[in-house]
Design a protein around this ligand. Sequence first.
Ligand SMILES: Cc1ncc(COP(=O)(O)O)c(C=O)c1O
Length: 483
Amino acid sequence: MELLYEKSKAGRRAATLPNYDLPAAEVPEDLRRAEPPRLPELAEPELVRHFTELSTRNFGIDTGFYPLGSCTMKHNPRVNERVVMLPGFKDLHPYQEEDGAQGALELMWRLQEILEEVAGLDACSLQPAAGSQGELTGLMLMRAYFEDIGEGDQRDTIITADTAHGTNPASVTMAGYKLEKVATDARGNLDVDDLRAKVDERTAGLKLTNPSTLGLFDENIEEVAKIFHDAGSLLYYDGANLNAVCGISRPGDMGFDIVHINLHKTFSQPHGGGGPGGGPIVVRKKLEQFLPVPAVVKDGDAFRLDHDRPKSIGKVRGFTGPFGVFVRSYAYIRAYGPALREMSETAVLNANYLLAKLRDAYDLPYERLAMHEFVLSARTLKREHGITALDVAKRLMDYGYHPPTIYFPLVVPEALMIEPTETEPKERLDDFVDAMRAIAEEAAASPEVVHEAPHGRPVRRLDEVRAAKRPVVRYAFDEPAVV
Ligand SMILES: Cc1ncc(COP(=O)(O)O)c(C=O)c1O
Protein backbone atom coordinates (compact mmCIF):
# COMPACT_ATOMS: atom_id res chain seq x y z
CA MET A 1 0.00 0.00 0.00
CA GLU A 2 1.34 3.45 -0.94
CA LEU A 3 2.12 5.94 1.81
CA LEU A 4 0.52 9.39 1.93
CA TYR A 5 3.81 10.90 0.76
CA GLU A 6 3.81 8.64 -2.27
CA LYS A 7 0.21 9.56 -3.12
CA SER A 8 0.91 13.27 -2.69
CA LYS A 9 0.42 15.64 -5.71
CA ALA A 10 1.70 19.20 -5.42
CA GLY A 11 -1.07 21.75 -4.90
CA ARG A 12 -3.85 19.35 -3.90
CA ARG A 13 -5.78 20.26 -0.75
CA ALA A 14 -8.29 18.43 1.44
CA ALA A 15 -10.06 21.71 2.24
CA THR A 16 -9.71 25.41 1.49
CA LEU A 17 -10.66 28.05 4.01
CA PRO A 18 -11.85 31.58 3.21
CA ASN A 19 -9.23 34.29 3.55
CA TYR A 20 -10.34 36.54 6.40
CA ASP A 21 -7.56 39.07 5.80
CA LEU A 22 -6.42 38.87 9.39
CA PRO A 23 -2.93 40.21 10.08
CA ALA A 24 -0.26 37.54 9.59
CA ALA A 25 1.51 36.51 12.78
CA GLU A 26 4.94 38.12 13.14
CA VAL A 27 7.43 35.26 13.49
CA PRO A 28 10.99 36.42 14.27
CA GLU A 29 13.30 36.05 11.28
CA ASP A 30 15.62 33.57 12.96
CA LEU A 31 12.70 31.26 13.82
CA ARG A 32 11.16 31.27 10.34
CA ARG A 33 11.39 28.28 8.03
CA ALA A 34 13.24 28.75 4.79
CA GLU A 35 10.86 26.36 3.03
CA PRO A 36 7.30 25.20 3.79
CA PRO A 37 7.15 21.82 5.64
CA ARG A 38 7.06 18.78 3.37
CA LEU A 39 3.55 17.62 4.12
CA PRO A 40 1.66 15.27 1.83
CA GLU A 41 -0.82 17.10 -0.42
CA LEU A 42 -4.06 15.22 -1.14
CA ALA A 43 -7.71 15.89 -1.88
CA GLU A 44 -10.15 14.81 0.82
CA PRO A 45 -11.56 11.71 -0.96
CA GLU A 46 -8.06 10.29 -1.38
CA LEU A 47 -7.27 11.07 2.23
CA VAL A 48 -10.43 9.40 3.52
CA ARG A 49 -9.81 6.36 1.32
CA HIS A 50 -6.27 6.08 2.60
CA PHE A 51 -7.24 5.96 6.26
CA THR A 52 -10.28 3.78 5.63
CA GLU A 53 -8.06 1.30 3.80
CA LEU A 54 -5.57 1.40 6.66
CA SER A 55 -8.33 0.66 9.16
CA THR A 56 -9.15 -2.55 7.29
CA ARG A 57 -5.55 -3.73 7.73
CA ASN A 58 -6.08 -3.97 11.47
CA PHE A 59 -7.53 -6.88 13.36
CA GLY A 60 -9.65 -6.30 16.44
CA ILE A 61 -12.33 -7.96 18.50
CA ASP A 62 -14.82 -6.10 16.28
CA THR A 63 -13.46 -7.85 13.17
CA GLY A 64 -13.10 -11.38 14.44
CA PHE A 65 -12.36 -13.98 17.11
CA TYR A 66 -9.41 -12.86 19.24
CA PRO A 67 -8.43 -15.70 21.63
CA LEU A 68 -5.29 -13.98 22.94
CA GLY A 69 -4.63 -15.81 26.20
CA SER A 70 -4.15 -13.69 29.33
CA CYS A 71 -5.45 -10.60 27.52
CA THR A 72 -9.22 -11.23 27.81
CA MET A 73 -10.22 -9.68 24.50
CA LYS A 74 -13.97 -9.75 25.01
CA HIS A 75 -16.70 -7.78 23.25
CA ASN A 76 -17.14 -4.26 24.59
CA PRO A 77 -20.85 -3.46 24.82
CA ARG A 78 -21.58 -0.29 22.81
CA VAL A 79 -23.94 1.03 25.44
CA ASN A 80 -20.87 1.73 27.62
CA GLU A 81 -19.59 4.09 24.94
CA ARG A 82 -22.94 5.93 24.98
CA VAL A 83 -22.73 6.25 28.75
CA VAL A 84 -19.16 7.54 28.81
CA MET A 85 -20.08 10.17 26.20
CA LEU A 86 -22.85 11.69 28.37
CA PRO A 87 -21.94 15.37 28.80
CA GLY A 88 -21.84 15.11 32.60
CA PHE A 89 -19.02 12.58 32.31
CA LYS A 90 -17.32 13.64 29.08
CA ASP A 91 -17.10 17.36 29.79
CA LEU A 92 -16.02 17.05 33.40
CA HIS A 93 -12.75 18.79 34.19
CA PRO A 94 -10.33 17.15 36.64
CA TYR A 95 -10.07 20.48 38.49
CA GLN A 96 -13.86 20.73 38.85
CA GLU A 97 -14.72 21.60 42.45
CA GLU A 98 -16.16 18.71 44.44
CA ASP A 99 -19.65 20.25 44.72
CA GLY A 100 -19.96 20.23 40.94
CA ALA A 101 -18.60 16.69 40.51
CA GLN A 102 -20.73 14.78 43.02
CA GLY A 103 -22.02 12.36 40.38
CA ALA A 104 -18.51 11.47 39.21
CA LEU A 105 -17.26 11.04 42.77
CA GLU A 106 -20.26 8.89 43.61
CA LEU A 107 -19.60 6.69 40.56
CA MET A 108 -15.99 6.19 41.66
CA TRP A 109 -17.02 5.48 45.24
CA ARG A 110 -19.62 2.93 44.09
CA LEU A 111 -17.10 1.27 41.78
CA GLN A 112 -14.67 0.99 44.70
CA GLU A 113 -17.39 -0.65 46.80
CA ILE A 114 -18.14 -3.18 44.05
CA LEU A 115 -14.47 -4.03 43.52
CA GLU A 116 -14.01 -4.53 47.27
CA GLU A 117 -16.90 -7.01 47.20
CA VAL A 118 -15.54 -8.80 44.11
CA ALA A 119 -12.06 -9.03 45.69
CA GLY A 120 -13.34 -9.91 49.16
CA LEU A 121 -11.22 -7.13 50.69
CA ASP A 122 -11.79 -3.86 52.54
CA ALA A 123 -10.46 -0.77 50.76
CA CYS A 124 -9.81 0.27 47.17
CA SER A 125 -7.87 2.87 45.20
CA LEU A 126 -8.80 3.36 41.55
CA GLN A 127 -5.67 5.33 40.69
CA PRO A 128 -3.29 2.92 38.87
CA ALA A 129 -3.77 3.05 35.11
CA ALA A 130 -2.83 -0.55 34.25
CA GLY A 131 -2.28 -3.94 35.82
CA SER A 132 1.47 -3.43 35.82
CA GLN A 133 1.08 -0.09 37.58
CA GLY A 134 -1.24 -1.74 40.09
CA GLU A 135 1.52 -4.30 40.71
CA LEU A 136 4.07 -1.58 41.40
CA THR A 137 1.60 0.26 43.64
CA GLY A 138 0.91 -2.95 45.57
CA LEU A 139 4.61 -3.51 46.17
CA MET A 140 4.99 0.11 47.34
CA LEU A 141 2.18 -0.61 49.80
CA MET A 142 4.01 -3.71 51.04
CA ARG A 143 7.16 -1.68 51.56
CA ALA A 144 5.24 1.05 53.41
CA TYR A 145 3.57 -1.57 55.61
CA PHE A 146 6.82 -3.33 56.56
CA GLU A 147 8.58 -0.03 57.21
CA ASP A 148 5.70 0.98 59.46
CA ILE A 149 6.01 -2.18 61.57
CA GLY A 150 9.81 -1.93 61.68
CA GLU A 151 10.57 -4.77 59.25
CA GLY A 152 11.43 -2.63 56.21
CA ASP A 153 15.12 -3.56 56.11
CA GLN A 154 14.56 -7.19 57.01
CA ARG A 155 12.08 -8.09 54.23
CA ASP A 156 13.77 -7.74 50.86
CA THR A 157 12.44 -10.61 48.71
CA ILE A 158 9.27 -11.24 46.69
CA ILE A 159 8.43 -14.72 45.45
CA THR A 160 6.74 -15.32 42.08
CA ALA A 161 5.79 -18.43 40.12
CA ASP A 162 7.92 -19.64 37.21
CA THR A 163 4.75 -19.22 35.11
CA ALA A 164 4.46 -15.52 36.06
CA HIS A 165 3.65 -12.85 33.52
CA GLY A 166 6.65 -10.65 32.64
CA THR A 167 5.24 -7.64 34.50
CA ASN A 168 5.51 -9.60 37.80
CA PRO A 169 9.32 -9.86 37.93
CA ALA A 170 9.60 -6.43 36.27
CA SER A 171 7.54 -4.67 38.95
CA VAL A 172 9.36 -6.57 41.72
CA THR A 173 12.67 -5.28 40.40
CA MET A 174 11.32 -1.74 39.88
CA ALA A 175 10.09 -1.70 43.47
CA GLY A 176 13.63 -2.54 44.63
CA TYR A 177 12.94 -6.09 45.84
CA LYS A 178 14.92 -9.24 45.15
CA LEU A 179 13.12 -11.84 43.09
CA GLU A 180 12.83 -15.53 43.91
CA LYS A 181 11.03 -17.96 41.62
CA VAL A 182 9.07 -21.02 42.70
CA ALA A 183 8.67 -24.05 40.45
CA THR A 184 5.38 -25.43 39.12
CA ASP A 185 4.56 -29.02 40.11
CA ALA A 186 3.34 -31.83 37.84
CA ARG A 187 -0.33 -30.79 38.27
CA GLY A 188 0.37 -27.17 37.38
CA ASN A 189 0.17 -25.88 40.99
CA LEU A 190 2.90 -24.01 42.85
CA ASP A 191 5.38 -26.59 44.11
CA VAL A 192 4.64 -26.36 47.85
CA ASP A 193 7.89 -28.07 48.93
CA ASP A 194 9.96 -25.68 46.83
CA LEU A 195 7.93 -22.83 48.31
CA ARG A 196 8.42 -23.91 51.92
CA ALA A 197 12.17 -24.00 51.39
CA LYS A 198 12.17 -20.42 50.06
CA VAL A 199 9.85 -18.56 52.44
CA ASP A 200 11.56 -17.12 55.51
CA GLU A 201 11.87 -13.94 57.59
CA ARG A 202 13.35 -12.12 54.59
CA THR A 203 10.25 -12.73 52.45
CA ALA A 204 8.08 -9.62 51.99
CA GLY A 205 5.47 -11.48 50.00
CA LEU A 206 4.15 -13.64 47.21
CA LYS A 207 2.93 -12.34 43.89
CA LEU A 208 0.63 -14.79 42.15
CA THR A 209 -2.19 -14.95 39.65
CA ASN A 210 -4.86 -17.57 40.38
CA PRO A 211 -5.90 -19.13 38.06
CA SER A 212 -2.33 -19.16 36.83
CA THR A 213 -1.16 -18.34 33.34
CA LEU A 214 -1.63 -22.06 32.65
CA GLY A 215 -5.35 -21.44 33.16
CA LEU A 216 -5.30 -23.66 36.26
CA PHE A 217 -6.69 -22.86 39.70
CA ASP A 218 -4.07 -23.55 42.38
CA GLU A 219 -5.46 -26.45 44.39
CA ASN A 220 -3.27 -25.64 47.41
CA ILE A 221 -3.93 -21.93 47.60
CA GLU A 222 -5.04 -21.96 51.26
CA GLU A 223 -1.93 -23.88 52.28
CA VAL A 224 0.20 -21.47 50.23
CA ALA A 225 -1.41 -18.48 51.96
CA LYS A 226 -0.76 -20.04 55.37
CA ILE A 227 2.93 -20.53 54.62
CA PHE A 228 3.31 -16.82 53.83
CA HIS A 229 1.16 -15.52 56.66
CA ASP A 230 2.94 -17.79 59.19
CA ALA A 231 6.19 -16.15 58.06
CA GLY A 232 4.68 -12.66 58.54
CA SER A 233 4.63 -12.01 54.76
CA LEU A 234 1.85 -10.61 52.56
CA LEU A 235 0.14 -12.09 49.52
CA TYR A 236 -0.41 -10.13 46.31
CA TYR A 237 -2.99 -11.29 43.77
CA ASP A 238 -2.34 -10.41 40.14
CA GLY A 239 -5.96 -10.00 39.06
CA ALA A 240 -5.33 -10.28 35.33
CA ASN A 241 -7.19 -13.60 35.37
CA LEU A 242 -10.16 -12.47 37.44
CA ASN A 243 -12.46 -13.13 34.50
CA ALA A 244 -12.43 -16.78 35.59
CA VAL A 245 -13.67 -16.35 39.15
CA CYS A 246 -15.93 -13.29 39.54
CA GLY A 247 -18.72 -14.05 41.97
CA ILE A 248 -17.38 -17.61 42.38
CA SER A 249 -14.28 -17.23 44.52
CA ARG A 250 -12.64 -14.14 45.98
CA PRO A 251 -8.91 -13.44 46.32
CA GLY A 252 -9.47 -12.09 49.85
CA ASP A 253 -11.09 -15.38 50.90
CA MET A 254 -8.16 -17.30 49.39
CA GLY A 255 -5.86 -15.36 51.73
CA PHE A 256 -4.56 -12.56 49.49
CA ASP A 257 -3.96 -9.16 51.09
CA ILE A 258 -3.57 -6.95 48.00
CA VAL A 259 -5.24 -7.37 44.61
CA HIS A 260 -5.07 -5.45 41.38
CA ILE A 261 -7.94 -5.71 38.95
CA ASN A 262 -7.40 -5.15 35.22
CA LEU A 263 -10.59 -3.21 34.46
CA HIS A 264 -9.72 -3.34 30.75
CA LYS A 265 -9.82 -7.14 30.82
CA THR A 266 -12.46 -8.36 33.24
CA PHE A 267 -14.67 -5.29 33.15
CA SER A 268 -14.53 -4.53 29.46
CA GLN A 269 -12.72 -1.66 27.78
CA PRO A 270 -11.74 -1.28 24.12
CA HIS A 271 -8.11 -1.98 25.03
CA GLY A 272 -6.47 -3.32 21.89
CA GLY A 273 -3.37 -1.46 20.76
CA GLY A 274 -2.28 -0.24 24.16
CA GLY A 275 -5.12 1.47 25.93
CA PRO A 276 -7.02 2.76 27.74
CA GLY A 277 -6.61 0.71 30.89
CA GLY A 278 -7.29 0.70 34.59
CA GLY A 279 -5.56 -1.26 37.36
CA PRO A 280 -7.31 -0.44 40.68
CA ILE A 281 -5.91 -2.05 43.79
CA VAL A 282 -7.94 -3.47 46.65
CA VAL A 283 -6.42 -4.22 50.06
CA ARG A 284 -7.02 -5.58 53.53
CA LYS A 285 -7.94 -3.09 56.27
CA LYS A 286 -4.45 -2.96 57.76
CA LEU A 287 -3.07 -1.63 54.46
CA GLU A 288 -5.75 1.00 53.82
CA GLN A 289 -3.78 3.82 55.48
CA PHE A 290 -0.99 3.44 52.88
CA LEU A 291 -3.22 3.67 49.76
CA PRO A 292 -2.57 6.48 47.24
CA VAL A 293 -4.09 9.94 47.78
CA PRO A 294 -6.54 11.42 47.17
CA ALA A 295 -8.99 8.77 48.36
CA VAL A 296 -12.59 9.02 47.15
CA VAL A 297 -14.72 8.92 50.32
CA LYS A 298 -18.36 9.23 51.34
CA ASP A 299 -19.07 11.89 53.92
CA GLY A 300 -22.68 11.75 55.09
CA ASP A 301 -24.68 12.08 51.88
CA ALA A 302 -21.85 13.74 49.98
CA PHE A 303 -18.67 12.49 48.31
CA ARG A 304 -15.23 14.10 48.50
CA LEU A 305 -11.53 13.61 47.90
CA ASP A 306 -9.55 12.93 51.05
CA HIS A 307 -5.91 14.09 50.93
CA ASP A 308 -5.35 13.76 54.66
CA ARG A 309 -3.62 10.36 54.80
CA PRO A 310 -0.24 10.89 56.49
CA LYS A 311 0.99 7.35 55.82
CA SER A 312 -0.07 7.26 52.14
CA ILE A 313 2.50 6.25 49.53
CA GLY A 314 1.39 9.40 47.66
CA LYS A 315 0.06 9.75 44.15
CA VAL A 316 0.71 7.11 41.49
CA ARG A 317 -1.18 8.87 38.71
CA GLY A 318 -2.58 12.29 37.85
CA PHE A 319 -5.85 13.30 39.51
CA THR A 320 -8.02 10.31 40.49
CA GLY A 321 -7.14 7.89 37.68
CA PRO A 322 -8.52 7.11 34.21
CA PHE A 323 -12.10 8.33 34.70
CA GLY A 324 -13.55 7.22 31.34
CA VAL A 325 -12.44 3.68 32.14
CA PHE A 326 -14.31 3.83 35.45
CA VAL A 327 -17.52 4.91 33.75
CA ARG A 328 -17.39 2.06 31.23
CA SER A 329 -16.55 -0.57 33.84
CA TYR A 330 -19.23 0.69 36.21
CA ALA A 331 -21.83 0.60 33.42
CA TYR A 332 -20.67 -2.90 32.45
CA ILE A 333 -20.87 -4.28 35.98
CA ARG A 334 -24.27 -2.68 36.67
CA ALA A 335 -25.63 -4.19 33.43
CA TYR A 336 -24.83 -7.66 34.80
CA GLY A 337 -26.03 -6.82 38.31
CA PRO A 338 -26.14 -9.83 40.63
CA ALA A 339 -25.65 -12.12 37.60
CA LEU A 340 -21.97 -11.13 37.27
CA ARG A 341 -21.06 -14.70 38.16
CA GLU A 342 -22.54 -15.84 34.83
CA MET A 343 -19.84 -13.87 33.02
CA SER A 344 -17.13 -16.02 34.59
CA GLU A 345 -19.10 -19.26 34.38
CA THR A 346 -19.59 -18.79 30.64
CA ALA A 347 -15.93 -17.83 30.14
CA VAL A 348 -14.90 -21.06 31.90
CA LEU A 349 -17.45 -23.13 29.98
CA ASN A 350 -16.27 -21.74 26.63
CA ALA A 351 -12.63 -22.48 27.44
CA ASN A 352 -13.39 -26.05 28.49
CA TYR A 353 -15.52 -26.60 25.40
CA LEU A 354 -12.58 -25.63 23.17
CA LEU A 355 -10.20 -27.70 25.27
CA ALA A 356 -12.39 -30.80 24.93
CA LYS A 357 -12.54 -30.34 21.15
CA LEU A 358 -8.81 -29.75 20.66
CA ARG A 359 -7.11 -32.00 23.18
CA ASP A 360 -6.54 -34.89 20.77
CA ALA A 361 -5.17 -32.66 17.98
CA TYR A 362 -2.47 -30.93 20.10
CA ASP A 363 -0.54 -31.81 23.26
CA LEU A 364 -2.18 -30.99 26.57
CA PRO A 365 0.54 -30.48 29.19
CA TYR A 366 -1.76 -30.60 32.24
CA GLU A 367 -4.67 -33.04 32.32
CA ARG A 368 -7.04 -30.87 34.30
CA LEU A 369 -10.21 -28.89 34.01
CA ALA A 370 -9.27 -25.45 32.73
CA MET A 371 -10.53 -22.14 34.00
CA HIS A 372 -11.18 -19.27 31.54
CA GLU A 373 -8.15 -20.15 29.38
CA PHE A 374 -5.95 -23.14 28.67
CA VAL A 375 -2.54 -23.93 27.29
CA LEU A 376 -1.89 -26.43 24.51
CA SER A 377 1.49 -27.34 23.08
CA ALA A 378 2.62 -27.88 19.48
CA ARG A 379 5.49 -30.07 20.76
CA THR A 380 4.46 -33.17 18.81
CA LEU A 381 3.81 -31.17 15.62
CA LYS A 382 7.30 -29.77 15.92
CA ARG A 383 8.95 -33.12 16.56
CA GLU A 384 7.09 -35.02 13.85
CA HIS A 385 6.58 -32.37 11.15
CA GLY A 386 8.78 -29.41 12.03
CA ILE A 387 5.72 -27.20 12.64
CA THR A 388 6.07 -24.82 15.58
CA ALA A 389 3.62 -22.82 17.70
CA LEU A 390 4.62 -19.76 15.65
CA ASP A 391 3.69 -21.57 12.42
CA VAL A 392 0.29 -22.53 13.83
CA ALA A 393 -0.31 -18.94 14.97
CA LYS A 394 0.60 -17.51 11.57
CA ARG A 395 -1.55 -20.05 9.72
CA LEU A 396 -4.54 -19.15 11.92
CA MET A 397 -4.41 -15.66 10.40
CA ASP A 398 -5.14 -17.19 6.99
CA TYR A 399 -8.26 -18.74 8.51
CA GLY A 400 -9.35 -15.29 9.77
CA TYR A 401 -8.42 -15.55 13.45
CA HIS A 402 -6.18 -13.54 15.69
CA PRO A 403 -3.48 -15.93 16.94
CA PRO A 404 -3.52 -17.03 20.55
CA THR A 405 -0.66 -16.04 22.86
CA ILE A 406 2.36 -18.20 22.02
CA TYR A 407 5.55 -19.29 23.83
CA PHE A 408 4.04 -18.25 27.15
CA PRO A 409 4.02 -19.41 29.90
CA LEU A 410 7.65 -20.33 29.53
CA VAL A 411 7.32 -23.68 31.33
CA VAL A 412 5.38 -25.15 28.38
CA PRO A 413 7.42 -25.73 25.21
CA GLU A 414 5.69 -24.57 22.01
CA ALA A 415 2.87 -23.11 24.09
CA LEU A 416 -0.44 -21.92 22.60
CA MET A 417 -2.48 -20.09 25.24
CA ILE A 418 -6.12 -19.82 24.23
CA GLU A 419 -8.74 -17.60 25.92
CA PRO A 420 -12.08 -17.55 24.10
CA THR A 421 -13.94 -15.34 26.67
CA GLU A 422 -17.65 -15.52 27.39
CA THR A 423 -18.72 -13.28 24.50
CA GLU A 424 -18.22 -15.84 21.71
CA PRO A 425 -21.18 -17.95 20.52
CA LYS A 426 -20.87 -21.71 20.04
CA GLU A 427 -20.71 -21.36 16.21
CA ARG A 428 -17.64 -19.16 16.46
CA LEU A 429 -15.97 -21.63 18.83
CA ASP A 430 -16.80 -24.49 16.47
CA ASP A 431 -15.33 -22.60 13.50
CA PHE A 432 -12.15 -22.00 15.48
CA VAL A 433 -11.95 -25.70 16.38
CA ASP A 434 -12.28 -26.57 12.68
CA ALA A 435 -9.44 -24.19 11.83
CA MET A 436 -7.14 -25.50 14.57
CA ARG A 437 -7.82 -29.10 13.58
CA ALA A 438 -7.34 -28.32 9.89
CA ILE A 439 -3.95 -26.77 10.68
CA ALA A 440 -2.90 -29.86 12.65
CA GLU A 441 -3.84 -31.98 9.62
CA GLU A 442 -2.02 -29.64 7.23
CA ALA A 443 1.06 -29.90 9.42
CA ALA A 444 1.22 -33.61 8.55
CA ALA A 445 -0.02 -33.46 4.93
CA SER A 446 1.56 -30.24 3.62
CA PRO A 447 3.83 -28.71 6.26
CA GLU A 448 5.25 -26.13 3.82
CA VAL A 449 1.80 -24.46 3.63
CA VAL A 450 1.81 -23.96 7.40
CA HIS A 451 5.47 -23.11 7.59
CA GLU A 452 5.14 -20.32 5.01
CA ALA A 453 1.91 -18.83 6.40
CA PRO A 454 0.36 -16.34 6.37
CA HIS A 455 -0.46 -16.46 2.67
CA GLY A 456 -3.43 -14.12 2.52
CA ARG A 457 -2.29 -11.14 4.60
CA PRO A 458 -0.78 -7.87 3.33
CA VAL A 459 2.57 -8.82 4.91
CA ARG A 460 4.12 -12.24 5.48
CA ARG A 461 6.59 -13.13 8.25
CA LEU A 462 8.10 -10.05 9.81
CA ASP A 463 11.41 -9.58 11.52
CA GLU A 464 9.69 -8.68 14.79
CA VAL A 465 12.90 -8.10 16.73
CA ARG A 466 14.23 -5.69 14.12
CA ALA A 467 10.87 -3.94 13.91
CA ALA A 468 10.93 -3.42 17.69
CA LYS A 469 14.61 -2.47 17.96
CA ARG A 470 14.92 -0.37 14.80
CA PRO A 471 11.46 0.96 14.02
CA VAL A 472 11.16 3.09 10.87
CA VAL A 473 8.87 5.90 11.94
CA ARG A 474 9.99 8.63 9.50
CA TYR A 475 9.52 8.88 5.74
CA ALA A 476 12.87 8.73 3.97
CA PHE A 477 12.80 11.65 1.47
CA ASP A 478 15.26 11.51 -1.42
CA GLU A 479 16.40 15.08 -0.65
CA PRO A 480 17.39 16.22 2.83
CA ALA A 481 15.01 18.81 4.37
CA VAL A 482 15.79 22.55 4.17
CA VAL A 483 15.30 24.09 7.63
C1 LIG B 1 -1.10 -12.39 34.08
C2 LIG B 1 -0.89 -10.92 33.82
N1 LIG B 1 -0.42 -10.14 34.80
C3 LIG B 1 -0.23 -8.81 34.62
C4 LIG B 1 -0.50 -8.21 33.41
C5 LIG B 1 -0.23 -6.73 33.26
O1 LIG B 1 -1.38 -5.98 33.01
P1 LIG B 1 -1.36 -4.65 32.13
O2 LIG B 1 -1.17 -5.07 30.70
O3 LIG B 1 -2.69 -4.01 32.38
O4 LIG B 1 -0.22 -3.81 32.62
C6 LIG B 1 -0.99 -8.98 32.35
C7 LIG B 1 -1.25 -8.35 31.02
O5 LIG B 1 -1.39 -8.94 30.01
C8 LIG B 1 -1.19 -10.37 32.56
O6 LIG B 1 -1.68 -11.14 31.58
